[in-house]
Design a protein around this ligand. Structure first.
Ligand code: XMP
Length: 501
């Protein structure tokens, strides 16, 4: 139905995940023939249409790396400085699944202390040493540090301990097979790539070769680097933030606000898609919850539209303001507009179980974004919290008082809730809460359960591909009693299931 038009507001009905189930359909395939690939944006397709939310308790580099390795993608939150967010992009782009085209290096005059710090930051065990002309001088690894007491690291130069040239190197266009053969023949772990003048132009490591075999479905760019997205706003230094992120190699910029149907933000999206410096990256607009909102982003040239006003686990927008649209209806409305325009819809927020993923896809989304379902992972920011012997991780809304207030630091997330100009914390009107979710272990295991749920749904519906699921899937509306029937009942659960509870 049309959620925007009718004169009689009482004729409207909004539905969400718990209001429906998918009908089983005839199937003539086995679950292993199923392909879960789907579009994230006009130009980026993912093997798994799962996105981790741009929240400061969900997605920093570690989560983005984990999501991309599993075939999804992470959107780096923006509650940090431009430089720090760009560094996060850099960390993901340097987590190699093939060859490194722009390796982190160190100068011969740097100290071992510098080396140790940079290695820690990028989680690597050694660095190529290059002079100011970019000429490869040697390589310096953990092993070279071993014979210098830590107390002397601040005054020992890299040039004193490095393994100097000549090293085993290869030309930049060396094939994967040749590189493997060279590394094997010389029992090396790193193969610096150099041009005719001896300048370092890349690096291949054994570790990265192993990784690319370990993560066959990883989401990668044309150079074999992991895909990553980052959130931006519309206020203050947002343009600078966007261009800095693009320079750092971000693949997707996500206009991230609680209410995207706003002229300033639409103009920002249009500018990003027109400016020669930024138009090659994919730009997602959001959030909206109506057909008109989706249309505005389609008109602005967005490569995907993100839908969700208030469905999130930590959201209080709907109760604080009285505004919102039940998520499944909102996705459906947006898809009616975006579908014909060829623009994917991303369903953001409100998912509680893996079964909500296929529901979102059938309602019209092509990818889903999740916060609470991923906040409990090892890779989310923040430490483990112990309460009565149980393990938790913190999870908070970006519109919560904690995320918006300065508490001695600058908050960059206030403008998501259009409160950038609110000077003092006690004047803020929060639209989210803070709390904790159960610790769930590695993201790979959590994502595996979600992917498994999606595959099984496709099997039940009789769809080999996500487009088939989206066209064949049919809903049945259910009652509160049916919802009770859907969940375990008349049993006291004695064991924890990895995908329930
Ligand atoms: P889930 O349900 O997956 O939702 O945890 C994640 C999404 O919630 C949005 N978000 C908020 N919405 N107040 C809100 O109204 C908030 O403080 C808040 N923080 C995050 C956001 O779209 C996220 O992806």
């Amino acid at each position: 139905g049309d959620l925007e038009g009718p004169a009689d507001p009482f004729a409207r009905l909004g539905l969400t995940y718990d209001d429906v189930l998918l009908l089983p359909g005839e199937t003539d395939m086995s679950p292993d023939q199923i392909d879960t690939s789907s579009r994230l944006t006009r130009e980026i397709s993912l093997r798994l249409p799962l996105v981790s939310a741009a929240m400061d308790t969900v997605t920093e580099a570690r989560m983005a790396i984990a999501m991309a390795r599993q075939g999804g993608i992470g959107i780096l939150h923006r509650n940090l400085s431009v430089e720090d967010q760009a560094l996060q992009v850099d960390l993901v782009k340097r987590t190699q699944t093939g060859r490194i085209t722009n390796p982190v290096t160190i100068a011969p005059e740097a100290t071992l202390e510098d080396l140790d710090r940079i290695c820690g930051q990028y989680r690597v065990s050694g660095l190529p040493v290059v002079d100011e002309r970019g000429i490869l001088m040697g390589i310096c690894t953990n092993r070279d540090l071993r014979f210098t007491p830590v107390a002397e690291w601040d005054r020992t130069l890299v040039s004193e301990v490095m393994t100097p040239m000549p090293l085993v190197t290869a030309p930049a266009d060396v094939s994967r097979e040749e590189a493997t053969a060279i590394l094997r023949a010389h029992k090396r772990e790193r193969l610096p790539l150099v041009d005719d003048a001896g300048r370092l132009s890349g690096l291949i490591t054994v570790k990265d070769f192993v990784k690319s075999e370990q993560f066959p479905h990883a989401s990668k760019d044309g150079d074999g680097r992991l895909l990553v997205g980052a959130a931006i706003g519309y206020f203050g230094d947002s343009w600078e933030r966007a261009t800095t992120l693009v320079e750092a190699g971000v693949d997707v910029l996500v206009a991230d606000t609680a209410h995207g149907h706003v002229r300033l933000l639409l103009d920002m999206v249009a500018r990003l898609k027109q400016d020669p410096a930024t138009r090659h990256v994919q730009v997602v607009g959001g959030n909206v919850a109506t057909g008109a909102g989706a249309q505005a982003f389609v008109d602005a040239g967005a490569d995907a539209v993100k839908v969700g006003v208030g469905p999130g686990a930590i959201c209080t927008t709907r109760v604080v303001t009285g505004v919102g649209v039940p998520q499944l209806s909102a996705v459906h409305e947006a898809a009616q507009v975006c579908g014909p325009a060829g623009v994917p819809v991303i369903a953001d927020g409100g998912m509680k179980y893996s079964g909500d993923i296929p529901k979102a896809l059938v309602a019209g989304a092509e990818a889903v974004m999740m916060g609470s379902m991923l906040a409990g992972c090892e890779e989310s920011p923040g430490e483990l919290i112990f309460v009565n012997g149980k393990q938790f991780k913190s999870y908070r809304g970006m519109g919560s008082l904690a995320a918006m207030s300065s508490r001695g630091k600058t908050s960059f997330s206030k403008d998501r809730y259009f409160q950038a100009e609110v000077a003092s914390d006690d004047q803020l009107v929060p639209e989210g809460v803070e709390g904790k979710v159960a610790y769930r272990g590695a993201a790979s295991a959590v994502v595996h359960q979600m992917a498994g749920g999606l595959r099984q749904a496709m099997f039940y519906v009789g769809a080999r591909t996500v487009p088939e699921l989206r066209s064949r899937g049919r809903f049945v509306r259910i009652t509160q009693a049916s919802l009770q029937e859907s969940h375990p009942h008349d049993i006291e659960m004695t064991a924890q299931a990895p995908n329930y509870g």
